[in-house]
Design a protein around this ligand. Structure first.
Ligand code: SF4
Length: 248
């Protein structure tokens, strides 16, 4: 069976740097694939076109795949839930499954490049399907996230915004603040999704950012941001999503 080398492209710093490394070192590279949940921030969609052009200049296609039917936000709204940091169904259904469906349609073995940096080595995992082998060139080269930023700048590319859904439960406090200040319309949509959940207020989209606080919702966070007041006292915790498909 023939082998196709595919970059799982998340649209963030790690995967842009890995794209550059693969091309710079002339490693086997047949295609990049991006799974679109429909909920990325506008900056990520804009960067996708930058990456598409960069890849096209090297004659590498960028394929965008997505789950059929409703977007992730619409699906969560309809079910009256939001993406779960525990069950991680959004990553499974809207990232991993569409990518694997694309791979199966190619009917070849896939060597999949995943953009996990050296300082996130705990996020490595084996492929759970026999037609895909995961490869980690950033880890093989011990390239950290800081190295990735440098690689992107040396290549003359702009540094991408963090890639993840605007309503991601793994958003850090800084990411929520950035969204509030840069895309207040999307922040309002995230509030609406949180408050539409049948599990609200016992579960909130801020649970990961404020692990031990049960009283901080997005609406209360917006009030703090609007006042310019101090953030709630407990340290914010940022946990990375489960795989390389999100946040890379
Ligand atoms: S970025 Fe967050 S919300 Fe979007 S699919 Fe990944 S884990 Fe789910």
């Amino acid at each position: 069976m023939s082998i196709r080398h595919v970059l799982s492209f998340g649209g963030g710093v790690n995967s842009v740097a890995l794209m550059v490394v693969l091309l710079r070192e002339e490693l086997p590279f047949d295609e990049a694939v991006f799974a679109d949940t429909g909920g990325e921030v506008p900056e990520t969609y804009q960067y996708l076109e930058t990456a598409r052009q960069y890849l096209a200049d090297h004659e590498i296609p960028l394929t965008v795949v997505s789950k059929r039917g409703r977007s992730l936000y619409e699906t969560a709204w309809d079910r009256r839930v939001f993406p779960s940091a525990i069950w991680r169904w959004s990553t499974r259904d809207f990232k991993i499954t569409p990518i694997q469906r694309h791979y199966r349609s190619l009917d070849v073995h896939i060597n999949q490049y995943l953009a996990i940096a050296w300082d996130e080595v705990h996020r490595m995992k084996d492929s759970r399907v026999d037609y895909v082998t995961n490869l980690y060139p950033l880890i093989d080269r011990r390239l950290t996230r800081v190295d990735c930023v440098n690689i992107i700048q040396e290549a003359g590319l702009p540094t991408p915004q963090r890639s993840s859904c605007f309503f991601c439960p793994f958003n850090s406090v800084d990411r929520w603040r950035w969204l509030y200040e840069t895309h207040p319309d999307l922040f309002d949509k995230a509030i609406a999704l949180e408050e539409n959940s049948k599990h609200f207020p016992s579960q909130r989209l801020t649970d990961q950012a404020f692990r031990e606080r049960t009283d901080i919702s997005l609406r209360s966070l917006a009030e703090v941001f609007a006042d310019g007041g101090p953030l709630p006292a407990l340290p914010a915790v940022e946990q990375q999503p489960c795989g390389a498909e999100c946040g890379t």
